[in-house]
Design a protein around this ligand. Structure first.
Ligand code: SAM
Length: 282
């Protein structure tokens, strides 16, 4: 096993990647500047490794270190230079600011994002997010998009960071698998999406019902989704070929953006309109 260091003090450079993980403002500035992100839980850490992200270190509770699953243990053993930090639950709580109940954290190097034009050229079905600034929504959207046949996620400059710990966790690591890129400047960069294919603006007041949309095999489709409070801006809607609604009843005026995204992926992610979505059987 790599360099296992037993940690007994909350300070020190070795723990710097894990300090005050619940302080979102602090983390957002330090993580991007340092080029790192933090993954939480054995499964998500394994997914990050499988996706080829390079680990900086692993931080484990003492009890988890003893009971570590064979998969993660093997990955650690395969990296003799990896720094493995082990400390008691209380120490982990003191460093991170929360009870790390799964007892597994790992920090990884970020990779440069692909540019939007390259990603669009390589993709057929994409989601485009405008001002979706809640990490949990971005994570939930990525998980649905990966599961339901979408190829990529594009985000305006104000949408939340897909690699922030909570996005990564809610996506169950799918943000590390589904390619994503930023569209910047906004809304001008939406022009790149225009060149890419058919654009649907998802809005509760859309003229067309989602269930009448049947993407054709090989057809490129981009689905635009907007912010929780304000929805898609006029500028973004003006870039769409059609405005599409998910019909609702019960006097409800809109769905949560991640729920709307999942329903849209269910319809748009199908490659063959007569087939079922990926992963399902008749
Ligand atoms: C909470 S909604 C925003 C509500 C906002 N008042 C509006 O009118 O768009 C957040 C995003 O989810 C999507 N959305 C939510 N409910 C929808 C529905 N019934 N039909 C289509 N899109 C919906 C849209 O993309 C919307 O911008």
């Amino acid at each position: 096993v790599g360099i296992v260091r037993r940690i007994t003090e909350p300070g020190g450079a070795a723990l710097a990647d894990y300090v005050r993980l619940t302080d979102m403002q602090l983390r957002m500035s330090t993580e991007v500047a340092a080029g790192l992100f933090v993954a939480e839980g054995e499964l998500v850490v394994l997914r990050a490794l499988a996706a080829g992200y390079e680990p900086r270190s692993v931080l484990l509770s003492t009890s988890r270190w003893r009971l570590l699953g064979a998969g993660l243990r093997a990955e650690i053993e395969a990296r003799p230079g990896l720094r493995v930090l082990v400390g008691d639950d209380e120490l982990l709580r003191e460093v991170t600011g929360f009870h790390v109940h799964r007892g597994v954290l790992a920090s990884f190097h970020r990779r440069p994002l692909p540019d939007a034009a390259t990603l669009l050229a390589a993709s057929e079905r994409v989601l485009v997010l405008e001002s979706v600034n809640t990490h949990t929504n971005v994570g939930a959207i990525a998980r649905s998009a990966a599961a339901l046949g979408m190829d990529a996620l594009l985000l305006d400059p104000t949408s939340a960071d897909p690699l922030y710990r909570r996005s990564v966790r809610v996506s169950m690591g799918q943000v590390l698998v589904l390619p994503h890129a930023r569209l910047d400047p906004w809304p001008a960069a939406l022009g790149q999406v225009r060149g890419h294919g058919y654009r649907l603006a998802l809005s509760p007041t859309g003229e067309r019902s989602l269930d009448t949309v049947v993407p054709q095999p090989g057809q490129r489709v981009a689905v635009l989704l907007g912010a929780e409070g304000t929805g898609l801006s006029e500028a973004a809607q003006a870039e769409a070929d059609e405005r599409v609604r998910i019909p609702m009843g019960g006097g409800v005026d809109s769905l949560n953006v991640a729920v709307a995204a999942a329903l849209a992926c269910w319809v748009i992610g199908r490659r063959d309109p007569t087939s079922r979505p990926p992963g399902t059987s008749a």
